[in-house]
Write a protein that binds this ligand. Structure first.
Ligand code: HEC
Length: 124
């Protein structure tokens, strides 16, 4: 039995020596596979939101002169995220019964990134 125990111990040691470094390496490879972070400001500009809207806290001005679109700096103080995403998908009308003049054309992830960027502009 002593020989069996010695062999078992030796086998366990080999298994541990092989398995441990592999387990230690596993988390390191994860960030490489993670998706690229979405830049909300970049999306705001590339979707042309700044044609009509300023975001004064972020130094963004409306390109269109005399635009009636509101400055979005204080937006998230009065609107819920769900309301905003429905509104920007033109599935939700505002209090005047109007839907947004432009639909957001990107993915849900991109819309989420854009809205959290707008949320962050409020705190400045
Ligand atoms: C063609 C001009 C135009 C473009 C482009 C535009 N908007 Fe608007 N947006 C408006 C106008 C005008 C209103 C006010 C709508 C109303 O009163 O019905 C508005 C309203 C909003 C509101 C609601 C504000 C509030 O206080 O309730 C949000 C949020 C918004 N826009 C976000 C965006 C985002 C994000 C983009 C880019 C994807 C964008 N807008 C692009 C003209 C525009």
């Amino acid at each position: 039995m002593k020989l069996f125990a010695a062999i078992l111990t030796a086998v366990m040691c080999v298994v541990l020596l092989v398995a441990l470094p592999a387990a230690a390496q596993a988390p390191k490879s994860a960030p490489a596979a993670a998706p690229k972070t979405l830049d909300g400001k970049e999306l705001f500009l590339s979707q042309g939101c700044n044609t009509c809207h300023a975001v004064s806290t972020a130094g963004v001005t409306a390109k269109m002169k005399g635009s009636k679109a509101p400055d979005l700096a204080t937006l998230t103080t009065k609107r819920e995220p769900q309301w905003l995403s429905d509104f920007l998908r033109q599935q939700q009308a505002d209090s005047a019964g109007k839907t947004h003049p432009k639909a957001f054309t990107g993915s849900d992830e991109q819309l989420g990134a854009l809205l959290s960027w707008l949320e962050a502009q409020r705190k400045k």
